[in-house]
Design a protein around this ligand. Structure first.
Ligand SMILES: NC(=O)c1ccc[n+]([C@@H]2O[C@H](COP(=O)([O-])OP(=O)(O)OC[C@H]3O[C@@H](n4cnc5c(N)ncnc54)[C@H](OP(=O)(O)O)[C@@H]3O)[C@@H](O)[C@H]2O)c1
Length: 301
């Protein structure tokens, strides 16, 4: 049995099909919202993950051999203002999961971020020393710490700027396509660098870590290191939408509520060699997005 916490997240929506296809395991989804999925190997528990008792009951019922945690407060600016909620999901939940994993003797696979770094000299290897500069990064680093101190049988997968097929919650790629195709001007920072990472590649990393029972820290990110502005231009060019809608700005001009690392990003060499991962580049990733957007399944109302 594999338990996915935060089963309604962007990452879990890519992970679930991969687990169903590549394993014979029963999948136990824990989520705060109703999921439409109906599959003989999938059970869904709808609950508030901050409710320690409900979470414990759900995990104890499932008795998983692996718990994969995709739940997080990922809105960087919201973390700055609602620190209590950010701590509850990004730290306390992980602490509770580590304890439960120890009780049921499960492998805990936790997902984290390149925002644990200050962005002065990325991309970073697993050996680099974290130094978060915003509350999201601080809470995610604290989450990593409670994960490793809570159970020895754990792995942490740090990733970076996730994008994937269109979903009800638009990611960076969809945001740019939507804005440019509806002629809505957008301001995009040209001094924040990171690597766009295709969601299914992270799902594949989580699968291999689960199957090989790997412990420790893994960096998993796409190979292209570029500014958000350059990413936006590449997206507009690729999807042939109006790139004149994209206006480059500096972080100083944009004045986002939370500070952002400037040169963030992750070196994925360990994941590529140890897990034999082939991370797709941005062009290949965008082709996969396009394929998903125009697949017959999606176009049937
Ligand atoms: N998105 C990125 O670009 C990015 C970059 C680097 C690292 N990461 C990391 O990757 C992981 C997955 O990210 P994602 O983008 O897939 O996440 P996401 O789509 O933002 O989903 C996070 C999930 O966390 C749960 N959650 C959020 N707020 C909650 C609340 N108040 N109460 C209860 N549950 C709540 C929800 O799960 P349910 O819907 O199942 O309730 C939600 O769907 C996270 O650990 C994130 O830090 C993401």
């Amino acid at each position: 049995m594999i338990t996915i916490i935060g089963a309604g997240s962007r990452l879990a929506s890519a992970l679930l099909p991969v687990l169903l296809e590549e394993t014979d395991a029963q999948i136990h989804c824990v989520t705060s919202r109703k999921m439409a999925i109906q599959h003989p190997r999938v059970t869904v528990d709808v609950l508030d993950v901050t409710d320690k008792t409900a979470l414990k009951e759900s995990v104890m019922r499932a008795m998983p051999s692996t718990i994969i945690n995709c739940a997080a407060i990922t809105n960087v600016d919201a973390c700055e203002t609602d620190r209590q909620l950010a701590w509850a999901i990004n730290v306390t939940l992980v602490e509770n999961l580590a304890r439960l994993a120890r009780i049921v003797d499960a492998h805990l696979v936790h997902v984290s971020t390149d925002y644990v770094f200050d962005g002065t000299k990325g991309p970073y290897t697993e050996q680099a020393v974290p130094n978060p500069i915003n509350y999201y990064g601080k809470s995610k680093l604290a989450g990593e710490n409670v994960c490793t101190s809570g159970t020895s049988h754990s792995s942490i997968v740090r990733t970076c700027l996730i994008y994937g097929p269109p979903s009800d919650r638009p990611d960076f790629v969809q945001w740019v396509i939507n804005a440019c195709s509806s002629k809505k001007p957008i301001r995009v920072v040209n001094d924040q660098f990171a690597q766009p990472t295709y969601v299914e590649d992270i799902a594949e990393a989580l699968l291999r870590i689960t199957l090989r029972k790997r412990t420790g820290l893994y960096h998993v990110a796409g190979p292209d290191f570029m500014s958000r502005y350059d990413m936006a231009v590449r997206i507009a060019e690729f999807f042939k939408v109006d790139l004149s809608m994209i206006q480059p700005v500096t972080s100083a001009e944009l004045q986002q509520p939370a500070r952002r690392p400037h040169r963030s990003g992750l070196v994925s060499l360990k994941a590529e060699t140890d897990l034999l991962l082939d991370m797709r580049d941005f062009t290949r990733g965008l082709s996969t997005v396009r394929h998903a957007m125009f697949s017959p399944d999606r176009m049937i109302p």
